[in-house]
Design a protein around this ligand. Structure first.
Ligand code: HAM
Length: 436
């Protein structure tokens, strides 16, 4: 027999939570997002990058062909869906292939080379959620496409992320760099690596046994303890670089040194995506925040365009996870200053003033001025408390006296200084004070 409890359970409506590994960004966190957004826009302007936006959905095959069938991002983490028309799309697990697709589709090379593009937006990876690892997260990316494969561009991408971290007051981090060679030297290294691991095949994890034939470089990236141990004695790719790659890498390091950027060489750094050649890098916070994972990562990908029907097009770029940046800022107690809101607060004193204030509100908004109010509150003090809570610096106050005089009071809420001005001059005066 159903108990009262069962009945209640049946009646109560279902509650919902955000999908696992995905997050709401609440108002209290907006200071971090604003700070990061401002810093990225400022850096893009300073370094000459133009913003690009691409669809969240792309043909799944785009990622198979570029990021790689065997990469975790594609093989394990990609959200795919079949449309009614029978096409298979993927929620972008990263931006770079979509940027390359857009570059070719719109013949952006005609607009000048290199094309320097940046983006900020959500990406999706069906990974196991944990500290610093989410299923929906936001990437900030900078990509330099086409032009010569000049090592100065590789250094510039790394420099941008160093600047970004500095701007966010994230100090104490490590930049790891490596070169994984080109079409000439990588096959030789690949062979050596395969031979090394073949001799230890029984110690490898299941995934790595498979990768040994598909992409042996990825074995260096495996997190399984037995594979990590084997990695220690694996051949060093830097010893196998051809002369051109050695020169290229040396120049990247020299450019970094030229701008005072210290780095760590890490010959085991191979990155988890297939399209890289030559320079690869990752940046980690030092100390316990290293657990959050890489704050930025990227590298050169000269052959990517060829895999999707373009010509050989030198390219280099990197991306950073916004949520990870915020996680480090929070862990280190870095709180960005909130932007002073560019708006005024309209308050009233008395019933007649309330009516007039309602009309004034409409007039101010029509003039393009952002106005906050709490007109439903009758006490002036209570209204101004709301203004204070919202951090607004200027209040426009309308009382009985002002209605007859067709004036209005403008009060600086920080200093308490106020003056009465004719209503006809209100819009100009506010514009002056807000933008001033
Ligand atoms: P990635 O290393 O896969 O590279 O991701 C770039 C950054 O995204 C990471 O350094 C990290 O900050 C953040 N990230 C990655 N996975 C997660 C996750 N599950 N949760 C939170 N944050 C995460 C790329 O995506 C390449 N497209 C970068 C690139 C651009 N290479 C050349 N150009």
């Amino acid at each position: 027999m159903a108990t009262e409890k069962d009945e209640k359970k049946k009646e109560s409506p279902r509650t919902f939570q955000a999908p696992k590994g995905m997050h709401d960004v609440l108002p209290a966190d907006q200071v971090y997002w604003d700070k990061i957004g401002d810093a990225v826009n400022e850096l893009a302007r300073a370094y000459g990058f133009g913003r690009i936006e691409t669809p969240v959905l792309e043909a799944a095959e785009l990622y198979n062909k570029t990021s790689g069938d065997e990469s975790d991002v594609v093989a394990k983490e990609m959200y795919t869906l079949r449309t009614k028309g029978g096409e298979t799309f993927a929620l972008r697990p990263e931006y770079t292939p979509g940027i390359a697709r857009a570059y070719l589709e719109h013949s952006l090379s005609r607009l000048g080379q290199p094309q320097k593009l940046f983006y900020v937006g959500p990406v999706f990876r069906h990974d196991r959620p944990q500290l610093g690892r989410y299923r929906e997260f936001n990437q900030i990316g900078f990509e330099t496409l086409a032009g010569p494969n000049d090592p100065i561009y590789d250094a510039e991408i790394i420099e941008i992320y160093v600047d970004l971290l500095r701007e966010l007051k994230i100090k104490d981090f490590t930049i790891k760099v490596n070169s994984i060679g080109c079409r000439v030297c990588r096959p030789i290294y690949r062979k050596q690596l395969t031979n090394y691991y073949k001799n230890h095949e029984e110690e490898l994890c299941e995934d790595c046994v498979r990768r040994l034939t598909t992409n042996p470089l990825r074995l260096l990236d495996c997190k399984e303890p037995s594979c990590v141990k084997l990695r220690e004695k694996a051949p060093n790719c830097l010893d196998k670089l051809c002369v051109t790659c050695t020169e290229h890498f040396k120049a990247v390091l020299e450019y970094l040194e030229e701008v005072g950027i210290t780095y760590e060489l890490d010959h085991r750094l191979v990155r988890g995506l297939d399209y890289y050649s030559r320079t690869v890098f990752e940046i980690y916070a030092n100390g316990k925040e290293a657990e959050i994972g890489a704050l930025a990562g990227g590298g050169r990908y000269d052959y990517l365009m060829e895999t999707i029907g373009g010509h050989l097009t030198p390219a280099v770029g990197g991306a950073s996870g916004v949520e990870r940046l915020i996680a480090v800022m929070k862990a280190r107690g870095i709180v960005p200053q909130a932007r002073p809101p560019k708006r005024v607060f309209l308050a009233h004193a008395g019933a007649l003033a309330k009516k007039k204030a309602f009309a004034l509100l409409a007039a101010l908004r029509a003039a393009g001025i952002t106005v906050s109010e709490s007109l439903a509150k009758e006490s002036l003090g209570a209204q101004l408390k709301v203004a204070d809570k919202e951090g607004i610096g200027i209040a426009v106050i309308l009382g009985q006296k002002e209605i007859y005089e067709e004036s209005v009071i403008i009060r600086d809420l920080r200093t308490g200084l106020q003056e009465a001005i004719p209503q006809a001059k209100l819009v100009d005066e506010i514009r002056k004070r807000l933008h001033g």
